[in-house]
Design a binder for this molecule. Structure first.
Ligand code: ATP
Length: 530
């Protein structure tokens, strides 16, 4: 399923297919669009739902697909569905108000705006006074452009070992003055990095005074889980270790939304907060990190385009303590290649969030968990119990980034006919599960096709679309389904009318076989791994 040379895939082609086949549209397109927002069309909405449902099934309904946790016990997860707007104090406690800032630089020459922590500078080694050229990290085109500008300035081609690379955020004001922005021609046009709050403010109530009635759209779903930790413990029978999961929209006023849906201002997350005893946090971190990686592989990101990357110490988030693990599952998108972009972060958040909410809400130790299975033994030989703030392991995935990775991975131009494309989706996420075609639109075939279509919709309609189509030649109809990523096509032909057999065509091999029409459902079930 993996293209060994992913850089040959063109993002422009993938975006064009997404538009043409109704996967993704620009939001507000008829009004000229709105930067950082995307709508999903019929195929995209179903693809996204299938990925969300697969996550829900394997995380909530059948946690970790039955794999026991490091304690040898089944993993326990319960779901919640919390509000997008919460009391603003939630975001003060979490560190988002005041803390959720990305440093940003503007270019006075081009008016472009960049995340400062995404910019790197190159210059000749040892040349402190000469020009430096700024480029966008993990963006090959931008790097190449900077190299060209540097060679031109030096009037020769520098070798790699003659070049120094540093991060823009490490530059002094003097360094900035001699640096040329990624799209600029002049030096010194980049501003100093400035903080930029990513929270979307909104106003509650009809009177509309922003300061008095200010609230925020959530920038992550995680905090809705933390603030309900006590509710869940008090109202269900779960006990630590256990997890709470939810999926839902999050909003960030990203400085530079870009790369299609990869960095959007409105996106959906799939988050698990897994609560465990501090002594067991390391084991649970490793368990979640490895299981999440295998989950993405199983859903179709199985090749070298997917990597697990443990964070360097200087990348650790504000809540991460030294020694607490943090890693990213990253995918090599066509626009990041040869680098990678984050799909999911797995972090040991320690007891940071629960303690913050304990302090800011005034609940204090009442937010601690009472664990009756721990503590010293009483005279009767039973543990006395222990009260503590659990540590939290957070696997936090982006649904839209998952969909985008799946779209990029699936996109496979026909080597013989580049204008023809196969979307090689894993059958579990494929938006269309099967198509039923009458070979020709007469001789009783459309009626037979309608009969089989009805039967398959009844049995598989909860998993995805079952298409039927009688227009155009059968070859064109197959090609349309290949491009939509439909794994199987069933065709009713002249022979069906005599012996009730049909052909099944496989998307990936184009191979056909004859089966009894009554076996079509079981054949599809097997292809879907049911
Ligand atoms: P980045 O460094 O790319 O901004 P992040 O580390 O801030 O991401 P998290 O806060 O860990 O991201 O969010 C968890 C997940 O949510 C990410 O792994 C990603 O899949 C998704 N996500 C975050 N920001 C965006 C965005 N602007 N657009 C789409 N998905 C996003």
């Amino acid at each position: 399923m993996t293209d060994k040379n992913p850089t040959t895939k063109s993002m422009d082609d993938i975006m064009a297919l997404c538009k043409r086949r109704g996967f993704v549209y620009q939001a507000s397109e008829i009004y000229g669009g709105i930067n950082g927002f995307w709508d999903y069309g019929p195929l995209g909405a179903q693809l996204k739902k299938n990925l969300r449902d697969a996550w829900w099934q394997d995380v909530v309904m059948n946690p970790c697909q039955g794999k026991p946790g490091p304690n040898g016990q089944p993993v326990r997860i319960v779901p919640v569905d919390t509000c997008i707007i919460q009391n603003p104090k939630v975001w003060e406690a979490s560190g988002h108000v005041g803390g959720f800032n990305d440093p940003m630089v503007d270019c006075r020459e081009t008016k472009n705006r960049y995340r400062a922590d995404h910019l790197l500078c190159i210059g000749e080694k040892g040349d402190k006074a000469g020009r430096m050229y700024v480029y966008i990290e993990a963006n090959e085109k931008s790097y190449e452009a900077a190299r060209k500008k540097l060679d031109k300035y030096k009037k020769r081609t520098l070798n790699d070992d003659e070049i120094d690379i540093c991060s823009l955020t490490d530059l002094s004001a003097d360094g900035l003055a001699i640096s040329v922005g990624p799209d600029a021609t002049e030096a010194g046009t980049l501003t100093e990095p400035r903080a930029f709050n990513l929270m979307f403010p909104t106003v509650i109530g009809a009177t509309g005074d922003l300061e008095d009635n200010k609230a925020y759209l959530r920038p992550e779903t995680a905090q809705g889980i933390f603030i309900n930790f006590k509710n869940v413990v008090d109202t269900t029978r779960v006990g630590v270790p256990f997890g709470i999961a939810q999926t839902g929209k999050a909003f960030r006023n990203e400085v530079t939304p870009r790369n299609f849906t990869f960095r959007s201002r409105e996106f959906e997350q799939m988050e698990i907060e897994f609560f465990c005893h501090p002594d067991e946090a390391k084991d649970w971190y490793v368990f979640w990190r490895d299981w999440r990686m295998s989950w993405w592989q199983e859903i179709g990101l199985a090749g070298d385009n997917l990597i697990l990357r443990e964070h360097d110490r200087d990348e650790l988030a504000h809540y991460a303590k030294e020694g607490a693990g943090t890693s990213d599952i990253e995918y090599r998108f066509p626009f990041t290649a040869p680098g990678y972009g984050e799909l999911e972060g797995i972090a040991d958040r320690t007891d940071f969030d629960l303690k913050q909410h304990a302090e800011h809400s005034g609940l204090g130790d009442k937010l601690k968990y009472f664990d009756p299975t721990r503590g010293e033994l009483a005279k009767n030989g039973q543990p006395k119990g222990e009260r503590y703030f659990p540590y939290v392991i957070e696997p936090s995935a982006g649904l839209d980034r998952g969909v985008l990775a799946i779209l990029c991975e699936a996109y496979t131009p026909d080597p013989d006919r580049p204008s023809k494309v196969f979307m090689k989706f894993h059958p579990r996420v494929a938006p269309i599960k099967a198509a039923v075609f009458p070979l020709v639109n007469k001789d009783g075939m459309p009626e037979k096709a309608a009969e089989l279509h009805r039967e398959l919709v009844k049995r598989f309609g909860h998993l995805g679309m079952i298409e039927t189509d009688a227009k155009q030649s059968i070859g064109k109809r197959y090609a349309r389904m290949d491009e939509a990523g439909c794994p199987l096509c069933f065709t009713i032909d002249g022979q069906t009318m005599t012996d009730n057999t049909i052909t099944v065509r496989d998307r990936d091999t184009a191979g056909q076989q004859r089966i009894a029409m009554t076996d079509a459902g079981d054949h599809l079930a097997a292809a879907l791994g049911l």
